[in-house]
Design a protein around this ligand. Structure first.
Ligand code: MN
Length: 211
């Protein structure tokens, strides 16, 4: 009797590749864990519909192209057009969704990132002001990022649409999504209120791991 693994030998190499396709990341918390800062409903649409669509679109767009062999980050650094847009949005959302945990009233940076923020921005308050201002004033859709350069200098950047700081040679540490789909169900047009509330759910241990 033929084994299952034997059967795989008859698959066309292209079919084999399907098992390495990009996947929708699993959330490291329950869909209601970030309430009331981010509702279960928003998580359902944002992760289950928007991010899922980017994953499906990218897998379809790269089929039979050189991008099939690349990591997400390599695609973001080299592609343009629809391939870039979908890959960028997957990379951005993977970093976004994995940096949160349940709300904590007096949530503050810890460890090395806390020291770096104090040294380079003066205080956590000053850093938050600049970060939220850059997120609130980004025209249209995009992301505000905290990144580090090769020398350990922290930088806050605005990236439009699917942009990611890896395109500038920076290491992304923390990001707030300012696309309307990230907040419209819970905050409608009040983007600054949404950005101000997100500080309660940032998992600073994760940010430290990215340093
Ligand atoms: Mn989003």
């Amino acid at each position: 009797m033929e084994s299952e693994s034997h059967f795989f030998l008859f698959l066309h190499p292209h079919q084999y590749l399907q098992i390495m396709k990009h996947q929708l990341i699993q959330l490291p918390y329950e869909a209601n864990a970030l309430e009331p800062v981010v509702s279960k409903e928003t998580i359902g649409f944002h992760h289950g519909k928007h991010l899922n669509a980017y994953v499906n679109n990218l897998n379809a767009a790269i089929e039979g192209t050189k991008y099939e062999e690349m990591s997400l980050e390599e695609i973001v650094k080299t592609a343009d057009g629809g391939v870039f847009n979908n890959a960028g949005q997957i990379l951005n959302h993977n970093l976004y969704f994995t940096q949160f945990r349940a709300p904590k009233a007096d949530n503050k940076p810890v460890g090395v990132i806390a020291q770096w923020i104090d040294q380079q921005f003066g205080s956590f308050e000053a850093f938050k002001d600049e970060f939220v201002k850059k997120g609130a004033t980004l025209f249209g859709s995009g992301w505000v990022w905290l990144s580090a350069d090769a020398d350990g200098k922290l930088v806050i950047t605005q990236e439009t649409n699917a942009g990611n700081p890896v395109q500038r040679g920076l290491r992304p540490l923390l990001t707030f999504d300012v696309w309307e789909h990230a907040y419209y169900l819970d905050y409608q047009n009040r983007r600054p209120d949404h950005l101000a509330a997100l500080w309660q759910i940032v998992d600073w241990d994760v940010v430290n791991e990215r340093l």
